[in-house]
Design a protein around this ligand. Structure first.
Ligand SMILES: [Zn+2]
Length: 304
């Protein structure tokens, strides 16, 4: 079975005009339903991660400050959100959603999270709309599961996965790969195991050639037990925060290429939606929908 993991409480209550499209999670599910894509998936819903579980990868004081709202104004400024009970709840739900997605992917070959990819969250603080790092949380927990000796994180969001790279720096069994625009947030980059810096204005052809080359190089040096794929859509030409020129066709081709590469090798893939920023939320949702369409097709081809 092909699973989609989501939760009705993923939306974040923010003031109108906030740069983060806070209600995109519920709208994405409605869109997939209206397009007939949701019918291809079995739905799964996470329970919140515990304070104890998150405190194993994040600073316990930071985890507590998100839980009880004692987080400082300065920390909230870096994070980009105001604190609310709803923000706290979704912040504890989403990391478990990505972990659940990864475990379903192990069982079935492929699974999709209709959230996740909060890769700017660091050990002791959040940043860039990312409270907790669901990717690092998932990788570390997966490595405690029997039969998992290596986790590959393929981060194709337009921004570097700096939080993930730093949080997993001392974990050799979690390999971090980030394809990102060189001149974009975060200004101070971390060191991933593999950083592929992309020039501003890169088009479909250029992007896909670099991705194919990256996948081929990785295949030559490793065989992961599972892949966490951040399918961020902020590489799109119309994205407000990205500087690349990848079109919808390019997004879909990217997702097809990644899924085919690993599934053809019997390597399970867990997808997260990552970043995407547009005042036109309908257009943004249609970009996030590509990974679900690509997954439904790839599942039918490789996993049935
Ligand atoms: Zn991003």
């Amino acid at each position: 079975m092909l699973h989609i993991v989501s939760h009705p409480d993923y939306d974040i209550p923010l003031a109108d005009g906030h740069r983060f499209p806070s209600r995109k999670f519920t709208r994405l599910i409605s869109h997939l339903d209206a397009e007939g894509i949701l019918a291809e998936f079995t739905h799964a819903t996470p329970i919140p991660a515990t304070i104890e579980a998150l405190s194993q990868i994040h600073d316990p004081n930071y985890v507590a400050s998100i839980h009880d709202g004692s987080i400082t104004t300065e920390a909230l400024r870096v994070l980009g959100f105001e604190w609310s009970e709803a923000l706290a709840r979704r912040s504890f739900l989403a990391p478990n959603g990505t972990l659940m997605t990864a475990r379903l992917a192990r069982e079935h070959g492929l699974a999709c999270h209709a959230a996740g990819g909060t890769h700017h969250a660091h050990y002791g603080h959040g940043a860039g709309f990312c409270v907790f790092n669901d990717i690092a949380f998932t990788a570390i927990n997966l490595l405690r599961d029997p039969g998992i000796d290596q986790v590959l994180i393929l981060d194709c969001d337009v921004h570097q996965g700096d939080g993930t790279a730093r949080m997993l720096m001392d974990e050799d069994r979690a390999v971090t790969v980030s394809l990102h625009c060189a001149t974009n947030y975060p200004a101070r980059k971390a060191i991933s195991d593999f950083d592929i810096e992309l020039d501003r204005g890169l088009d479909n052809e250029g992007y896909l050639a670099i991705l194919a080359d990256t996948l081929s190089k990785l295949a030559g040096v490793m065989r992961p037990d599972i892949v966490i794929y951040d399918a961020g859509v902020d590489i799109h030409i119309d994205d407000r925060l990205g500087y690349l020129n990848v079109t919808d066709q390019g997004l879909r081709a990217r997702d097809d290429m990644v899924l085919a590469h690993f599934l053809a090798r019997d390597i399970p893939v867990a997808t997260v939606i990552g970043g995407g920023y547009d005042k036109d939320v309908a257009a943004l949702i249609s970009r996030h929908a590509h990974i679900f369409k690509a997954s439904a097709d790839a599942y039918a081809h490789y996993c049935r």
